[in-house]
Design a protein around this ligand. Structure first.
Ligand SMILES: NC(=O)c1ccc[n+]([C@@H]2O[C@H](COP(=O)([O-])OP(=O)(O)OC[C@H]3O[C@@H](n4cnc5c(N)ncnc54)[C@H](O)[C@@H]3O)[C@@H](O)[C@H]2O)c1
Length: 445
């Protein structure tokens, strides 16, 4: 058993996933509606949940010779898709059928088959302030005397929803807010609560939703790169109320590729002198990211991975001079069908240079929807797991996120394969199964 995985083997079984799981989605745009419509399509047997580890993945147990690899959803007690109930908030009044039709990610024929259900999912009025998302102007918005008052209104929404379901998880799939640096108001829960009273400018709407969720003991995931639960105040609240949190910003396309390729270069001790990444996309997310202040938030989130993976301080000859540049260009004709190009300048034996080009023609929300679903299901599992529910940050969910969150003083793990091992070993650990180290010497005894 590796030291990191040993952890505290706190006893206590994972509680079963009994009854309905309520999923409260902040922002019912392209990603959210693609997730909701997708879950309904799978429930109706119209499609397969491709891209979802919780639905399709297996987990090896025991030795390779044992041939024991159950499905993850049969190994850990996850909520069944048929038990999920969706609701949420948006700054526009459209129901999920209308919003999904506008997002134009899924074809209209599929949406029409799902219409009777999708029409029933209607957003509640949102907490919104255009100062934090410059390119949007909503109409379906809560009014309040203070940020504290708005947080109380969200808490009231959660309490009302809780009466109709057995458990609740919240996920932010709303627009990227402007770049905010943590300030004194984020240092402790006490300071944060004062900040809510005083309408502190460093408290954005996403933080108000997160505060409301964690105050109600509801786990919270953040699909966008804005500062939300990655502050001491929110970690404190998460631990206090046994409401698990994780990092932020769905790791879907270009960064997914980066966190696959970069570990390969490093494993082979190949140097990298430059990595230029550019994108075109034309959905509403692209429009919001066209604002320099929202772009800055995304840029910071996307930049982190390479530095952490390459560890230039350990390998100065290989990575000290790496030039990393990221561009996102709003280009309406492409809609949700983003195209990403990467030019990677690498060097090998004796410093001889080579180049790699990656051209990913992806579908943004098709990649993000299963991640959103998995995060919701795994956070609900964490909430029911005695050894996980009160530790705050669920580092094992870093697998899904561009900006993983880790304990203070600990660098985040970005390598997709380490993240995947960590996730699966966490599942083995909570179920009392042996961890897998890949040592394998026993086969040669
Ligand atoms: N699709 C991907 O591959 C991907 C990857 C990583 C992160 N993300 C992030 O996920 C988020 C959602 O992406 P999307 O493509 O669905 O965007 P979108 O613009 O289609 O949807 C966002 C929705 O949030 C709503 N909204 C904005 N502020 C709100 C608030 N304060 N309260 C409630 N609703 C609010 C908007 O009205 C909109 O309907 C974005 O922040 C994006 O950066 C997406």
């Amino acid at each position: 058993m590796g030291t990191e995985e040993q952890g505290s083997q706190k006893s206590g079984k994972v509680a079963p996933a009994k009854g309905k799981l309520g999923v409260m989605v902040v922002g019912m745009g392209a990603v959210a509606t693609t997730m909701i419509a997708g879950v309904e399509a799978v429930r109706k047997g119209l499609a397969k949940p491709i891209g979802s580890l919780t639905q399709m993945g297996t987990i090896r147990l025991g030795k390779r010779t044992e041939n024991n690899a159950p499905r993850i959803k049969d190994f850990v007690p996850l909520a069944d898709l048929n038990d999920i109930v969706f609701t949420g908030w948006d700054i526009f009044e459209e129901n999920v059928y209308e919003a999904a039709s506008h997002a134009a990610v899924l074809d209209q024929k599929t949406l029409d088959l799902l219409k009777p259900y999708l029409e029933t999912v209607k957003p509640l009025p949102a907490v919104f302030d255009q100062y934090y998302v410059k390119r949007l102007n909503g109409t379906h918005i809560k009014k309040g005397k203070s940020k504290r008052d708005l947080a109380d209104q969200v808490r009231a929404d959660i309490k009302a929803f809780k009466k109709t379901v057995d458990r609740v998880v919240m996920i932010w799939a709303a627009s990227t807010e402007i770049f905010i640096k943590p300030t004194a108001v984020h240092e402790s829960l006490e300071a944060f609560e004062k900040g809510l009273e005083n309408n502190d400018i460093a408290i954005a709407p996403s933080q108000i939703y997160a505060y409301a969720a964690l105050s109600e003991g509801v786990p919270f995931a953040n699909g966008a790169p804005n500062l939300t639960v990655d502050t001491p105040a929110m970690v404190e609240l998460s631990k206090r109320n046994a409401a698990p949190i994780c990092g932020k910003d769905f790791k879907t396309g270009q960064t997914l590729m980066k966190t696959v390729l970069a570990p390969a270069f490093k494993a082979r001790m190949l140097g990298v002198s430059g990595w230029f990444s550019t994108n075109i996309l034309g959905n509403r997310d692209g429009e919001v990211l066209d604002d320099p202040e929202s772009f800055k938030t995304k840029e910071e989130s996307k930049l982190g991975s390479l530095d952490y993976i390459f560890q230039p301080e350990l390998y100065p000859d290989l990575y000290k001079d790496l030039y990393h540049k990221i561009r996102i260009n709003y280009y309406p004709p492409r809609g949700d069908e983003k195209e990403a190009w990467d030019n990677i300048d690498i060097f090998g034996w004796l410093g001889y240079p080579m180049q790699i080009k990656v051209n990913f023609l992806c579908r943004d929300s098709i990649l993000a929807a299963p991640i959103a679903l998995d995060l919701v299901l795994f956070l609900d599992l964490a909430k029911r797991t005695p050894s996980l529910c009160s530790i705050g940050i669920q580092e094992w969910l870093s697998f899904y996120l561009k900006s993983p969150q880790s304990a203070p003083g600990l660098y985040p793990e970005h390598d997709l394969f380490i993240q995947s091992m960590k996730l699966k070993n966490t599942l083995r650990h909570i179920m009392g199964a042996d961890l897998i180290t890949h040592l394998g010497l026993e086969y040669y005894d």
